[in-house]
Design a protein around this ligand. Structure first.
Ligand SMILES: *Cc1c(COP(=O)(O)O)cnc(C)c1O
Length: 397
């Protein structure tokens, strides 16, 4: 079992802040400060170029990938870090399309994060082979998986509502009709137990700065299933995905296994921060995390609904169909969230009217949730949101 009082003490959280936004940007692991300082001073400063070998920088993308693999049900050698999630979506989708050359339809849902949709559109245009991106409502996805579909590209947990797909059932359905799957785990990795190998997912991608607490700008990850790893064609054929990068050949030959999904030089300082975060994750049992996350979310829903009839639950009521976030709809949601933030409760706002709160047992406990409920109740019951200073939207919401 995981002791969440111990993990909480491993994060540096500002005094008096209730941070229900670890689903957008995880907080700072205390150890990351020293780890990054040492990567700067001792590795970059002292080793300079020899750090690639001596400090193991070049091996970090796969070494840290294996540690993330444990959290998503991948065996070692199937996950690698690099680039941003948008780039990894492109890379996974390009490889998936190649596996089903005779079909032309990519299926996704209208709840998907826009960047995933934009990247798919950009890829389709570049390919110029007449692919169609078919976008249907989330509740229509299962029925839309037909023998016309080449790739089913979905984000498991909806970033706005927290609605969660049954990855196992939809992957099985996709395979029945001969389609391949690309799963985006942005709101799943570190939020709930995932079993990419158990559900036979073909490709999965995710970011490490949300629930995984790798810090702003931390690299993304990609998983490729064992049955595709030696045959899939990397569309982003950078030198570090080459079989022998330091042979400097003029012809591209994909590297062995997951190495082929590397592109270019890895972000060494970001990986130092992520490594400190993974030292915490290494101690976490994902089933215990899920149990704790559901308890906190249920406590929050019950408390907010009892105090604030004007807020409408936007997340599924059934915990089994929800990720690790709870969202409420309110037409003055932006101003209401600003009023909460001023009072120490940090969540975020997603257009048009969603107030979103993330539940992260690693550093949020039942006392924090009680205090958060009190702040929401105060803001809503006393109309504290109705103040002109909360109306001006910042660039990042
Ligand atoms: C957060 C998120 C992204 C962000 O992509 P970046 O390239 O890391 O900025 C993409 N897709 C989904 C589903 C997300 O939740």
């Amino acid at each position: 079992m995981t002791d969440f009082a111990i993990t909480k003490a491993l994060f540096a959280l500002p005094e008096g802040m209730f941070y229900l936004d670890g689903n957008s940007l995880g907080p700072l692991p205390r150890a990351a400060q020293d780890r990054v300082a040492s990567a700067v001073a001792d590795e970059w400063g002292q080793m300079l170029i020899t750090g690639w070998n001596k400090a193991g920088w070049m091996a970090q993308p796969t070494a840290l990938g294996d540690r993330i693999g444990r959290l998503i049900g991948a065996s070692p050698g199937h996950v690698v870090l690099g680039d941003t999630l948008s780039v990894k979506v492109y890379q996974a989708l390009a490889a998936a399309i190649d596996l089903v050359p005779e079909r032309r339809v990519i299926l996704t849902d209208s709840g998907n994060f826009p960047s995933d949709i934009y990247m798919a559109e950009g890829l389709i245009t570049s390919l110029g082979r007449g692919h169609e991106l078919r976008v249907v409502a989330p509740e229509e996805i299962a029925a839309a998986i037909t023998s016309e579909i080449a790739v089913v590209m979905l984000t498991q947990v909806d970033y706005r509502t927290g609605r969660m797909y049954d990855m196992d059932a939809l992957t099985a359905k996709a395979h029945e009709v001969g389609a391949v799957t690309v799963w985006d785990l942005a709101h799943s990795a570190g939020a709930l137990p995932v079993d990419v190998a158990g559900c036979n997912a073909d490709f999965a991608v995710g970011c490490t700065y949300k629930y995984l607490n790798g810090g702003p700008g931390a690299p993304a990850f990609i998983y490729v299933a064992p049955h595709h790893i030696d045959t899939c064609q990397p569309a982003l054929s950078g030198w570090l995905g080459h079989e022998a990068p330091f042979a400097f050949d003029l012809d591209y030959r994909p590297g062995t296994g997951i190495e082929r999904m590397r592109v270019g030089t890895p972000p060494v300082l970001q990986m130092a921060a992520l490594e400190a975060a993974l030292d915490i994750w290494d101690q976490v049992d994902m089933q215990a995390l899920r149990t704790a996350s559901i308890a906190l979310s249920e406590q929050f829903i019950a408390g907010v609904e009892a105090a604030c009839p004007m807020l409408a639950l936007a997340s599924p009521r059934d915990a089994g169909q929800r990720g690790s976030q709870v969202s409420f709809r309110f037409d003055q949601g932006y101003a209401a969230m600003q009023a909460c933030i001023t009072r120490g409760l940090v969540g975020d706002f997603r257009a048009p009217d969603i107030m979103r709160f993330g539940f992260t047992p690693l550093f949020i406990d039942a006392d924090d949730v009680n205090r958060a409920i009190n702040i929401v109740a105060d803001v809503m019951q006393n109309r504290l949101w109705d103040d002109p200073t909360y109306q001006t939207r910042a660039a990042v919401t």
